[in-house]
Design a protein around this ligand. Sequence first.
Ligand code: DP6
Length: 322
Amino acid sequence: MSDQVICRAGPSLALLKYWGKEVKGDNLPATPSLAVTLGGVHSETRVRVADRDEVSVDGECQDTARFAPFFDGLRAGLGVSTRFHVESVNTFPTSAGLASSSSGFAALAGACARAAGRDPSLADLSAMARVGSASAARAVFGGFTLLPTGARRARAVFGPEHWPELRIVVAITLRGPKPISSRRAMDETRSGSPYYFSWIKESAALLPDALRGLEKRDLELLGETARRSYSLMHAATLAARPPILFWLPATVAVIHACAALRAQGIGAWETIDAGPQVKILCLAPDAPKVRASVETAAPGTETILCGVGPGLRYGPFEGTGG
Ligand code: DP6
């Protein structure tokens, strides 16, 4: 059993959204989600064996109740009784709609397993990470991943080498945590939106086109399908009672900037998760123009350029003291 284990994971950005659980309180997804693991940003999680479970994220102690199902599931899955001291940091804003729970729980599952002296398969780590956050089931894999409806684990669809020219421009319209968590918002959409079951039905129908677009590296087909997915998801969310509106004026300005780029023949396809940030799919040669257009359209918006990233990586890493 090693002293400290360090594990990194990139956030999993959904092109087709997971939004809704088959049963409340369990993270079995009610929709299929297809995602890309981002490169260039990550969660880094350090774990050592301890007397009790303790977690800090970006230096802040976390409520252990949020983590209890994850730790209990992980111990059961690994067949151990180990407890863990955890310090996790993100190289991007936490809980702001940038999928920090996906990378955070993926890196946590990887680090805890090794700290407990186990080396499970990525598929088994995916199942353990899902108990923390369903999107984390995807983030253990690099490249492009699928978490099917009702699935306990995600699977890799293509590795990062499938589409090296793909870029994701992350537009941070507002720093700081979002006003309502994904988990609560998806529960309230399920219980209060008359469009919830239409969303579930429509989102399943998007999968074949999204997979075809990805397989053929057809940015227009994939981008149009991803746009449809986030539009349907946010329409259902807005129809909840009370309505949940994640978008800010800057979010809308970025949506229009992407439409203007497409009208000029530049492939810029936006997607939006639970928060005001916008992520834009484009190809590498167009990325500088996309960033400049977004920053002009929504002054004060910061952009981060990401590629397609790898799956879990273990330290030591250069320059981190790890
Ligand atoms: C909008 O995975 O954070 O980012 O399973 O309740 O922890 P829980 O939710 P979480 O939700 C992610 C929602 C989303 C879409 C997605 O990543 O598929």
